[in-house]
Design a protein around this ligand. Structure first.
Ligand code: OSB
Ligand code: MG
Length: 369
């Protein structure tokens, strides 16, 4: 492929309801959207970096900077044999994985559209209904949380994940177990605990959670490896798994038993496929994470979720939990059985509605070969 033009936009979409995690409260997504063009065909990519450097060090502004100054100029007019090679091609640019992923995933979408194939096939998956779970933020009270959980269960979702932090952990989990029984339940701490909190985390064992996601610091594999043997609950790593090397290190150290894949966190589909292969070989269950994406990023996530290693329900839920309207139409919906259909290709099968994109765009810049 040879990308002849790239358009970068900063898009702002208010969230249907604020989302609170241990690192803060989000009420809107403001992100860079990438459109990569060749011969009049467009591939789309959504950058998952947030305005604030809280989940990761990248932000909307840093991703724009790195895309506009380094990544986009490096691909314009260049002969690219396959999008899977892009991540290696950008090795000289250290870090900035979310920025890299946004352009790399636009290139994968473009490649699939030029080949007239659904993205999932190009990635090595097969279209199948994707089991959907929900990620529920920190609430004012356990009662308010329980109400939210019940309404999500009524929609059919197959797994509930709640956000926890010190002081908001045992009580909400206990309230859910008391009212909702034996549902598939897990917690995500977003790195809010310290090694010295091992006792608090071990207390959660009695609730038979599917896993505890990223209890300790975002770059700390060693402490997770020390913590895991003291817990009955499997640790799942999110923030810590920045790519294939981190996955190998985490598994060698036995720092986790489950991995959450987010292509944005790892630099794109190329590194995600490598982590998928590692997990398959070592029999490590995977699930697909979410970053409050619009329908563009959500569709990418669904296509990747068709690979066989994704055996647990992901954080890939219906558009209406996040944005009304979504950038895409029709929106992503969940079926009563708690699954989501992969949009039919070519590519991701979804495109932003021009009027909605225009209304949500704060700034745009075109780059041509
Ligand atoms: O840790 O998985 C996370 C959202 C933003 C940043 C980090 C995370 C999340 C979620 C929401 O949990 C997942 C989603 O519904 O998209
Ligand atoms: Mg997480």
């Amino acid at each position: 492929m040879r990308i002849d033009a790239v358009e970068l936009s900063v898009v702002r979409l208010p969230l249907v309801r604020p989302f609170e995690t241990s690192f803060g409260r989000m009420s809107a997504r403001e992100f860079v959207l990438v459109a990569a063009r060749q011969d009049g065909v467009t591939g789309w990519g959504e950058c998952v970096a947030d305005v604030d450097p809280y989940y990761s060090s990248e932000t909307t502004a840093t991703s724009w900077h790195v895309l506009a100054k380094y990544l986009v100029p490096s691909v314009l007019g260049a002969e690219i044999e396959h999008p899977r090679l892009l991540h290696g091609f950008w090795k000289r640019v250290r870090g900035h994985r979310m920025a890299k992923a946004a352009l790399e995933m636009a290139a994968w979408d473009l490649h699939a559209r030029l080949e007239r194939l659904p993205l999932c096939e190009v990635l090595g998956g097969t279209a199948r209904p994707i089991a959907a779970g929900v990620s529920i933020g920190i609430h004012e009270t356990p009662a308010a949380l329980v109400e939210r959980v019940q309404s999500e269960l009524a929609e059919g979702y197959r797994r509930v994940k709640i956000k926890i932090k010190p002081g908001w952990d045992r009580a909400p989990v206990e309230a859910i177990r008391e009212t909702c029984g034996d549902i598939a339940l897990m917690v995500d701490a977003n790195a809010a605990y310290q090694a010295s909190d091992a006792d608090v985390l071990a207390e959660l064992d009695r609730f038979h959670l599917m896993m505890i996601e990223q209890p300790l610091d975002y770059d700390d594999l060693v402490q997770h490896a020390r913590l895991q043997p003291s817990l009955g609950t499997p640790i799942c790593l999110d923030e810590s798994i920045t790519g294939p090397q981190a996955a190998l290190d985490a598994l060698d150290l036995e720092a986790c038993r489950i991995i959450n894949i987010k292509p944005g966190r790892m630099g794109g589909f190329g590194p995600s496929l490598a982590v998928h292969a590692i997990a398959q070989e070592r029999d490590i269950p995977l699930w697909h994470g979410g970053m409050l994406e619009s329908g563009i990023g959500r569709a990418h996530n669904l296509h990747l979720s068709t690979l066989p290693g994704f055996v647990l329900p992901g954080d890939v839920a219906a558009s209406r939990r996040y944005f009304v309207p979504d950038l895409i139409d029709p929106p992503i919906e969940v079926a009563p059985d708690g699954t989501i259909a992969v949009p039919a290709g070519p590519g991701t099968g979804v495109t932003p509605m021009p009027d909605r994109l225009r209304a949500a765009t704060l700034h745009t810049e075109r780059f041509c070969a």
